[in-house]
Design a protein around this ligand. Structure first.
Ligand SMILES: Nc1ncnc2c1ncn2[C@@H]1O[C@H](COP(=O)(O)OP(=O)(O)OP(=O)(O)O)[C@@H](O)[C@H]1O
Ligand SMILES: [Mg+2]
Length: 599
């Protein structure tokens, strides 16, 4: 074996793999450099999600012609000079890695001019090779154009995901950087279209609003806590909004975005018993910590940070969030108006793993509910199989029992009764048939949606007065990406501007009330952004189930017995009218003998 020092360009390429994973990494590094250079305006323009071109222009301090070449060398940085500086980092950059890495895996052109220079210069690099330097006229500041990312590493280029996915990552990084500096103007354009045009904002709250939409901001509470270890500022979502909005979760420390599964737990712990399991509230939390008590330098992309006082920060964060939520509403008194909607967090879970969330023990009147007791079969039928009724088990008897129900359901609608808005009462041969309305609707919608999704069909729809809903840019993109699915289910939702959608129609069976449509869109975002279910068959049934639960819980009360009859007819046409897809009981018979006991 012979030891060799790797040629510089190969070493650079390997190092680049750590820093530059995708177009979004380039966007992040260049935006951070622009802020470090003192820019008041940073514009980012992409072509093909950054595959073809990423251009970041700033009006910062610019570079001298010498520095404009030197900055592409590994370990070239103006930001730290001594080892002590490492303990007191106030800039985004400090490694002198980013530009060398980018220039190793793309074709890069830099145009730059300092205030004091009359002419600017243009420098070109490709695959770590300095190709040219020339004088050019240029505004003060710097402009980096990064073309054909990974053109010299075909395997990496192939590894990039679809434009939609890559662009989503870009929006994520752009958002993280833009959230650090409300005083700086940022723009993002994609294929010539403006995605974000962020003006200077008076405060972080306005910046957050410009980025994620007024809807999210309107449902947040302020946080402020100062301690000797850490100062915490920011906003957290109200518990009841956790279901409605796609979680935006952001931590910043000393003005830098960071990821922390550990501190995320502290926030989630503060929401314990306030939100159903499986949903995540939005939060924007800005920490200030003595820079000597943390280490940014442990991860190539600098998004993970080590704190000296990890567990103290955990406690403080937990207490601060808990207190903020407590101010807004006494913990425990939050009114979940419909306890069963708490099963919504089935979102994101495979059916097998799904156990209904425990209904909270506060805030609602349990009353008498014949369906509240665990359903009769010990093992609720597991979707997608229909329950097996073979053998003369108690199950078989039950099937016979339900066989008689159909008769009852076919009764003239005049003989139906709607009770408490929740149940349809009708006659069956052996007694009184009670149908749980919401669950019946869920079953009917489920069957319809599953059919539509698995056969690529179309569902019937119900036109509305168009309802405009601001969803934020990232979520708007989600509606673009899932347009086909939504159309097939019966939604007619069209984009409007960069951060808004207009709902023109919903699937038949969904509520058409404008207020409900707002909520519906929030729930759709949750469903659509969940990609944890991966098996295709599971995906179809899980999706059908989520949409069915959504539709059934949004729909208006039954207002006539004719309508009740139609629901029963539709239910009885199902292969499996007894249970919802998640195994909850829909029908219950109160036998005559049972009634006789009371007299
Ligand atoms: N937009 C810019 N305006 C002015 N100077 C810049 C700009 N971008 C980079 N530079 C200069 O080039 C140097 C190298 O940038 P690079 O991003 O590679 O390293 P860094 O920011 O110092 O550290 P890191 O690798 O952690 O980002 C910077 O230290 C800075 O002096
Ligand atoms: Mg940098």
């Amino acid at each position: 074996m012979e030891l060799r020092i790797l040629p510089g360009n190969i070493a650079n390429m390997i190092a680049a793999g750590e820093v530059v994973q995708r177009p979004a990494s380039v966007v992040k590094e260049l935006m951070e450099n622009a802020l470090d250079a003192g820019a008041t305006e940073v514009s980012v323009a992409l072509t093909d999600a950054g595959r073809t071109l990423i251009r970041v222009v700033d009006d910062g301090c610019g570079m001298s012609p010498d520095d404009a070449v030197l900055c592409f060398e590994r370990h070239a940085t103006s930001k730290i000079a001594t080892a002590e500086d490492l303990g007191n980092i106030l800039t985004f950059g400090f490694r002198g890695e980013a530009l060398a890495s980018i220039a190793a895996v793309a074709e890069v052109t830099l145009r730059t001019r300092r205030e004091e220079d009359e002419v600017g210069c243009e420098v070109q690099f490709a695959a770590s090779e300095h190709l040219s330097t020339k004088e050019v006229a240029a505004p003060k500041g710097s402009s980096f154009s990064v073309r054909n990312l990974f053109y010299n590493i075909p395997a990496r280029r192939k590894f990039l995901k679809s434009d939609n996915v890559e662009f989503k990552h870009v929006v994520e990084e752009f958002t993280r950087v833009a959230l650090t500096r409300a005083d700086v103007r940022f723009t993002l354009t994609h294929n010539g279209r403006d995605i974000f045009v962020l003006k200077q904002a008076q405060s972080l709250k306005f910046r957050i609003q410009d980025l994620v939409g007024a809807g999210v901001v309107g449902e947040m509470v302020d946080i402020a806590a100062d301690t000797s270890t850490v100062d915490v500022r920011g906003f957290v979502g109200r518990p009841e909004s956790a279901r409605k909005t796609l979680g935006n979760q952001f931590f910043f420390v000393n003005g830098r975005y960071f990821r922390s599964p550990y501190l995320h737990k502290a926030v989630m712990k503060a929401y314990e018993n306030l939100i159903p399991e499986g949903v995540t509230p939005s939060y924007f939390l800005y920490l200030q910590v003595d820079p000597h008590a943390m280490d940014v330098n442990i991860h190539p992309t600098k998004t993970e940070i080590k704190f000296e006082d990890d567990s103290v920060i955990f406690q403080i964060l937990f207490a601060a969030v808990r207190e903020a939520l407590g101010k807004f509403s006494q913990a425990g008194s939050i009114d979940f108006d419909n306890p069963e909607d708490l099963t919504m967090p089935v979102i994101g879970k495979r059916f097998e793993e799904y156990t209904p969330a425990q209904a909270p023990t506060v805030g609602f009147d349990p009353g008498y509910d014949p369906f509240a007791t665990p359903s009769a079969p010990a093992n609720p039928p597991k979707f997608p199989e229909t329950p097996s009724w073979s053998g003369k088990t108690w199950k078989a008897e039950e099937k016979e029992e339900y066989g008689k129900l159909f008769e009852g359901a076919a009764m003239p609608s005049g003989q139906l009764m709607i009770l408490g808005g929740k149940y349809i009462l009708s006659k069956s041969r052996s007694g009184l048939l009670v149908t749980h309305i919401r669950r019946a609707r869920e079953r009917v919608l489920y069957d319809r949606f599953l059919g539509v999704i698995s056969r690529n069909g179309h569902s019937s729809q119900r036109a509305l007065f168009p309802v405009q809903v601001n969803v934020g840019v990232e979520n708007r993109l989600l509606f673009d990406a899932k347009a086909d699915l939504l159309t097939s289910l019966g939604f007619d939702i069209t984009p409007f501007g960069t951060d808004t959608v207009v709902v023109n129609a919903v699937p038949d069976g969904f509520s058409a009330e404008p207020g409900k449509v707002q909520t519906l869109v929030g729930d759709l975002v949750l469903i659509l952004s969940d990609d944890t279910v991966s098996l295709p068959e599971m995906m179809e049934s899980a999706l059908a189930e989520k949409f069915a639960v959504l539709g059934a819980s949004s729909s208006a009360p039954l207002d006539s017995t004719a309508e009740a009859q139609r629901l029963l007819d539709a239910l009885m046409a199902s292969q499996n009218p007894e249970y919802t897809s998640s195994g909850r009981k829909i029908l219950h018979v109160i036998p005559l003998e049972e009634m006789e006991k009371h007299f």
